[in-house]
Write a protein that binds this ligand. Structure first.
Ligand SMILES: [Zn+2]
Length: 202
């Protein structure tokens, strides 16, 4: 079925219906379907990313990926109804370096799941700051291993001290964003989609 869909996608590419699909959301009010998360698998079925349905459809129409699972929605374009994918798989293997996520406030909070690493409280991003475990004033670097999510009260309490000096303890040792973390995040995003489970939970 996927192969058949792939052929029709290739045909669609040739008749250049795609721009209409991409520029105009469907009139039937399925616009939100374009933003639904789609799990991206490598050729080897290894989950490597999550993208918006809109991008997944482009990848399928370009012949870069094929649909493995559909999400049950249709995207209606001028002369074409496209099944919106839920999981796609790349047709050519890509080597994915897993440690390349940028060191940023957003990614640190994502890694630490918006939880203060000292008092374990789960907070909105706005109520968290980044703490240098080894204070900057004492030679601590801004690295994945030395930055953690921290609430403001804990940050004030710790000040320019090492955690032990302040009588504080880290929930766990901070690590670089790795494949395990990425997969954990994919699981959180895909929790509501049963079709993702067999690719993520094993
Ligand atoms: Zn705290």
């Amino acid at each position: 079925m996927s192969a058949k869909w792939n052929n029709s996608a290739a045909a669609a590419t040739r008749t250049s219906i795609i721009p209409a699909v991409i520029v105009e959301p469907p009139a039937e009010g399925n616009g939100h379907a374009l933003h639904a998360p789609v799990l991206v698998l490598n050729t080897s079925y290894e989950p490597i990313n999550v993208c918006a349905a809109r991008r997944a459809i482009v990848l399928v129409l370009k012949g870069v990926a094929m649909t493995e699972e559909e999400n049950g929605h249709f995207l209606h374009a001028a002369r074409l109804a496209i099944r919106v994918p839920s999981v796609i798989r790349l047709l050519e293997y890509r080597r994915i370096p897993h440690q390349t996520r940028a060191l940023s406030r957003k990614n640190i909070l994502l890694r630490d799941r918006n939880t203060c690493q000292y008092c374990c409280e789960l907070l909105p991003s706005g109520e968290l700051t980044l703490d240098h475990v080894i204070p900057r004033s004492r030679g601590g670097a801004s690295t994945w291993e030395n930055l953690v999510a921290c609430c403001h009260p804990c940050n004030r309490r710790k000040g320019n001290h090492f955690p032990m000096e302040a009588g504080m303890k880290l929930m766990r040792e901070p690590r670089a964003f790795n494949l395990h973390t990425s997969r954990h995040i994919m699981r959180l995003i895909g929790r509501s989609d049963d079709k993702w489970r067999k690719y993520l939970f094993y």
